[in-house]
Design a binder for this molecule. Structure first.
Ligand SMILES: Cc1cc2nc3c(=O)[nH]c(=O)nc-3n(C[C@H](O)[C@H](O)[C@H](O)COP(=O)(O)OP(=O)(O)OC[C@H]3O[C@@H](n4cnc5c(N)ncnc54)[C@H](O)[C@@H]3O)c2cc1C
Length: 384
């Protein structure tokens, strides 16, 4: 398994962080150096605290460095679905906070890393429907795109109708694309001189005031556990509230320019972005193999990869060659609301982004810091 994003020179040039080499005492300890954990570290440093950050692998070796690179406003649920499930105030509040997080990320990392190109939600996939069922489903999804657009407009969020070479759907001009590994490593590069960060340091157990690792114990009044997939493995108290699934992707060789921005179709289950060098990063298919994909494994599986190959060809409009295949773990919750919750005094856990955590994760991280330091109850868009 090789991860397409790691081929970027900035990612390949990462020099790494030493493992923890003994016991430490700090004001705060953050477990997980993905996009969420790094945002938590940034927020803790901004409060003048000393921070130890730990990851079992490389920075963003989990989903944070292996995802589709879509920076989408809002939660995993489409806005109208989130409103129906959680009420408008919670759904719209989370949407606004993710867009603010995206502005912050763009300012911090610049347009080379955060490409503010918008995104397209497509009804179905590009190209002619292969079956009658596919044609009917596409029509249903066109109606759903209209409901989605209407909810966005009602709440003052930018949206346009899309009709073009890829098909029909909606265009969301605020959204963006990135190489996710590059985003995380750029953030870690900025933070490593100010925080005590360690890779290759697995945390074995967490309790109030202590995180025990294979190389030493970190004592800290505040412990933030920023692990999306396999959160319940580290914090068994959360078993039943968050469940781990595998999501998979592949990267193709270069194909002619076709996708102007990240594109997600077939109810958001399938997605692709075209990189400046012409290659496509493509994912999806979990809904076709739901039961098998409830797993802690991250190795790609044949059935899902075959599905993604078909998606890649539809997105490209031409046959594709596959250069990389990979998978990673993410956390799902029953009602689609992410978790941000104190599991023991001073220990706050966040995760369960339902497959869309690039912006929701940092929003949760800031809420976790406010909960841990100030006792501020997280907004209702987070499960308590
Ligand atoms: C294939 C795929 C495509 C996706 N596409 C998108 C997308 O386009 N847009 C989007 O918004 N979201 C997407 N997601 C979801 C998104 O990647 C995640 O929600 C997000 O990365 C979560 O980030 P995180 O920092 O919270 O957690 P993670 O990325 O899971 O990071 C947690 C870190 O904790 C570390 N860790 C775990 N256990 C321990 C331990 N015991 N001790 C120490 N460290 C530990 C891990 O090594 C990892 O680095 C996708 C996910 C996948 C897998």
């Amino acid at each position: 398994m090789s991860v397409g994003w790691d081929a970027h020179p900035d990612v390949a040039a990462w020099t790494g962080l030493a493992p923890l080499d003994g016991d430490r005492t700090a004001d705060a300890c953050v477990i997980g150096l993905g996009g969420s954990g790094l945002a938590a570290i940034e927020a803790l440093l901004a409060r003048g605290l000393s921070v130890v950050g730990l990851d079992t692998g490389r920075v963003a070796a989990g989903a944070a460095g292996r995802n589709g690179g879509f920076l989408l406003g809002g939660p995993a649920l489409f806005l109208h679905d989130a409103i129906a499930r959680w009420r408008a105030d919670a759904a719209v509040e989370l949407y606004r906070q993710t867009l603010a997080e995206l502005d912050r990320l763009e300012t911090e990392l610049g347009p080379d890393v955060v490409r503010r190109v918008g995104s397209i939600r497509l009804a179905g996939l590009p190209g002619e429907p292969v079956t009658d069922d596919e044609a009917a489903d596409r029509e249903r999804e066109r109606a759903d795109c209209a409901a989605h657009a209407s909810a966005l407009r009602e709440h003052g969020i930018a949206v346009q109708d899309y009709a073009g070479p890829l098909g029909h759907g909606i265009f969301l001009p605020d959204d963006a694309a990135m190489n996710p590994a590059r985003r995380a490593l750029s953030l870690a590069t900025r933070l490593r001189a100010r925080a005590d960060l360690h890779e290759h340091t697995a945390v074995r157990s967490v309790a109030s005031g202590r995180a025990v690792t294979e190389h030493g114990t970190v004592s800290a009044a505040v412990i933030i556990v920023a692990v999306d997939g396999r959160l319940d493995a580290l914090l068994p108290a959360l078993a039943g509230r968050v469940r781990t699934a595998r999501l998979q992707m592949l990267a193709t060789g270069p194909v002619p320019a076709r996708l102007p921005c990240p594109v997600y179709g077939r109810w958001g289950y399938d997605y692709a972005q075209q990189l400046p060098d012409g290659t496509l990063a493509v994912g999806g298919g979990r809904d076709r193999y739901v039961e098998r994909e409830w797993t802690d494994e991250v190795e790609p599986s044949r059935p899902v990869q075959r599905h993604i190959e078909r998606v890649a060809a539809r997105m490209a409009g031409v046959p594709v060659t596959v250069r990389h295949r990979w998978g990673a773990s993410v956390g799902f919750t029953a009602d689609g609301r992410p978790l941000c919750t104190e599991v023991e005094p001073g220990v706050v856990a966040l995760g369960g982004y339902n497959g869309t955590g690039n912006l929701v994760g940092p929003v949760a991280a800031r809420a976790a810091v406010a909960l841990a330091l100030d006792g501020v109850t997280p907004p209702t868009c987070f499960a308590p």
